[in-house]
Every structure is written in structure tokens, then in C-alpha cells.
Design a protein around this ligand. Structure first.
Ligand code: DCS
Length: 284
């Protein structure tokens, strides 16, 4: 058994009690984050914590802890579970109160929970690439919020799974937005294309790292939406997320991308991304 984050402390997993009238449970009324841990160190933790507070703010949840307190708790969560390489998950809901769509009063405290998991990097995907399908993006119009409401994403990911694919690439009409749990990129003639960070996508932290990597290797970036047809004729396609990092897509709906292997620019981005990963802390 491991340790969990529960409000302002780290407790044994079986100590966590969640109320059946928690608004996260009844309405999906909350927000979350997933942070990668490499060699015991949380990667881009500050960016994730900033987005967590921003997502909460967008749905009018006031997190009742300072960012410093949250950093301390998240570091404790990683240490208590002795995570080497894996991830942490944390979420906050609007709290527990008798079911009513209207927000509860200020006396109801938001509920913060989290866990940590050892989880190897999916290196085979990085090397060989993955398959994807297309699916209509039926989600709401505030995909910039990392909301607990994931039904649209769940249905699309399940469809991909049933088709033996890794990811569902979502589109609104002909326009590609993002993956069910990732951001999507196309590469054509050495230029990196990805949907602009507006209300239709989650501005992935990995996306932000990749755009930085592209600048560092002098790869031009165009934050422009692509159509399905444009994506299929790209030289290379990538999905990215905290756990997927830079994953090449080699086939979409039985159409082979490029020559069906991870491309040259994808490999360059992967190599540049690799330089950012925290290395083991040397013991003195
Ligand atoms: N878009 C969506 C819809 C996502 O759910 C995610 C991450 C991303 C983009 C990529 O964002 P990050 O680069 O910040 O991870 N989804 C998380 C999830 O639910 N599991 O792992 C990551």
C-alpha cells in the first residue's frame, strides 16, 4: 500500500475517505493535473501547478492552499511512495454538499486528492511509433480547462482502443484540434504545425516544452490548425503529453504517414526533449 495526498496532508491510501456527495463525483466539478517524475524529480512541476491554479480559477474554485504548500505536499507524495520514474496525479473538486447545480457556500472546502505511480517510459512507442484513428471532437468549448469532465475524451479513447490504436485524433468538422489525451502536430518540409492554444485545446505543458525544443533546433513553428486531409499528407505526425512525451504517429486510419517510420524531425525533437529530462541526483 502506498500514500495519498488528502487535502493538506499525506496519508496512507486507505485513510482517504471521499464523500458520496463530493461534487467531483456527482458533477465532475473539479480540475486535475498529471506530472511526470523522472529519477525521483517532478518534471515541469511549476508549469503544472500554475495551470492547476489557472484551471481552478476559470471554474471559480479557490484553492485553499498556497502554491508553496502544494509544492511541499507533491514532493512529499513522490518521496513517500519512493517514485523513481512514473507520475503523480492530483485533483481538486468544489467539495462535498447536498446535490445542487448551484455552487455551495464558502463554508464548503474544496477537496484535494492525489496519488503517485511508478510507471516506465513507453520507449517502444517512441522508437516504433503508434497508430491513431480520427474521431469527431464532441467535447465542450472550454478544452483549455483541465476539467475532471472527461466523457468526450473517454469515449474517443475507448474507440481508439477498440480499433487497436493508441490515440484518437479529434476534429471539429474537418479541423484537427488535439488528441483525446494529447496534443497533435504535423511536420511538413521541416515546419512544425500545431493547433493554436485557444479554447479548443488544452495547452499541454509538453506542447510548450516541444515548441521550446523546436526553437532550440531552429525548426520553424506555425501554430495553425490543420485539416484532416492536411494531417494525412504531412511528412511526420506526433502526439505529445506528459506520459507520451514525443510519440511518433506512423499510421492514421490505415493511411501510412511518411514512410511509416518515425521521421528525421521527430527524432531531432525527441533528442532535444531528452536533454531536458532530470538526471539522477548525485549523492555526495
Ligand atoms: N490535451 C488533452 C485533452 C489532454 O488530456 C492532455 C494531457 C494533453 C493535451 C497534453 O497535456 P500535457 O502535455 O500537459 O500532459 N492529459 C493528461 C492525462 O489525462 N493523462 O496524462 C496526461
Amino acid at each position: 500500500m502506498g500514500y495519498s495526498l488528502w487535502n493538506d496532508r499525506i496519508v496512507a491510501d486507505n485513510e482517504v475517505v471521499v464523500d458520496k456527495e463530493d461534487r467531483g463525483y456527482q458533477f465532475g466539478d473539479g480540475v486535475y493535473e498529471v506530472v511526470k517524475v523522472y529519477n525521483g524529480q517532478a518534471f515541469t512541476l511549476e508549469e503544472h501547478v500554475e495551470r492547476f491554479y489557472a484551471s481552478a480559477d476559470k471554474i471559480h474554485i479557490t484553492i485553499p492552499y498556497t502554491k508553496d504548500k502544494l509544492y511541499t505536499l507533491l514532493h512529499q507524495l513522490i518521496e513517500a511512495n519512493e517514485i523513481n520514474t512514473g507520475h503523480i496525479y492530483f485533483q481538486i473538486t468544489r467539495g462535498a454538499s447536498p446535490r445542487n447545480h448551484i455552487f455551495p457556500g464558502d463554508d464548503v472546502l474544496p477537496v484535494l486528492t492525489g496519488f503517485a505511480k511508478e510507471n516506465a517510459r513507453p520507449v517502444e512507442n517512441f522508437e516504433k511509433g503508434v497508430r491513431a484513428i480520427f474521431d469527431e471532437d464532441i467535447r465542450w468549448l472550454r478544452c483549455d480547462i483541465k476539467s475532471l469532465n472527461l466523457l468526450g475524451a473517454v469515449l474517443s479513447k475507448q474507440k481508439a482502443h477498440e480499433h487497436g490504436a493508441y490515440e484518437a485524433i479529434l476534429h471539429r468538422g474537418e479541423v484537427i484540434t488535439e488528441g483525446s489525451s494529447s496534443n497533435i502536430y504535423g511536420i511538413k518540409d521541416g515546419v512544425l504545425y500545431t493547433h493554436p492554444a485557444d479554447n479548443l485545446i488544452l495547452n499541454g505543458i509538453t506542447r510548450q516544452v516541444i515548441l521550446k525544443c523546436a526553437a532550440e533546433i531552429n525548426m520553424p513553428v506555425k501554430e495553425e490548425a490543420m485539416t484532416k486531409e492536411q494531417l494525412l499528407t504531412m511528412d511526420e505526425v506526433i502526439v505529445s503529453s506528459t506520459t507520451s512525451e514525443v510519440t511518433p504517429v506512423i499510421e492514421i486510419e490505415d493511411r501510412v504517414i511518411g514512410d511509416g517510420t518515425p521521421g528525421e524531425w521527430t527524432r531531432k525533437l525527441q533528442a532535444q526533449f531528452e536533454t531536458k529530462i532530470p538526471t539522477p541526483i548525485q549523492q555526495a
